[in-house]
Ligand binder design. Sequence first.
Ligand code: AMP
Length: 248
Amino acid sequence: MNLQRDRSAWLQGPESVCQTPPVHPAQCRRFVLLGAPGVGKGTQAALLSAAFGACHLSTGDIFRAARTSDGRAISPAMQAAVERMRRGELVSDETVLQIVRERLGCLTCRGGFLLDGFPRTVPQAAALDGLLERENAMIEAVISYDLAEDEIITRIGGRRTCPVCNAVYHLTAHPPRVPGVCDGCDSALVQREDDRPEAIHIRQQAYLTSTAPLLAYYQEQRLLRHVPAHGTPEEVFARTLTALAAAA
Ligand code: AMP
């Protein structure tokens, strides 16, 4: 399977509909991806999405899309969220949950989902459980990507993203075909503002304080699978598939 999913309903909100209806895979896969910022969740999400057809649902991508939505008015809550993101701080649970609730259709879509960057706190995880329970939708597994902090810093330093289609590259590990240019849409690649050293430190602290407790939360639910995140994207992906097969 190599499915390209339209994420407009997730990125732009409920007023936007998917241009291409999801191809329903034989099995609807629903996963949560955990791991410190820069560990490679976005890269793995793209590979998993191509393999399983599940949509890559990143809350960070929603905030980045709002920031670059030229001309379209953004709400004061979204503006505050974008400011916090710039500084590397977490957006409030209230704002994140409001944004996710508005996109409930993406969580219940029969194409499945790969949640990346949400939930990020225990209250967000509890709220997600409540939403999914009401819709009779189950998370199949929670994958935690594990990597030493110095390697994470190296990865973040080389990360470049496409501001238009959100594709993620790395200067040495996963370079674009033409330096500085997105393979998918020819846009000029950029370094995320929150990948600057001062914001990285704040993000790593936020992960340790607010997100790491989710490991125990999902361990208790017997959903957690650890995947070592060193090596090439393909190696990490192969480990991910092995971990998921062992869980099935
Ligand atoms: P990411 O792309 O997942 O690294 O997210 C980028 C930034 O968006 C984070 O550093 C936060 O400022 C914000 N953000 C994304 N998702 C969440 C969330 N679930 N809770 C709080 N803040 C979030």
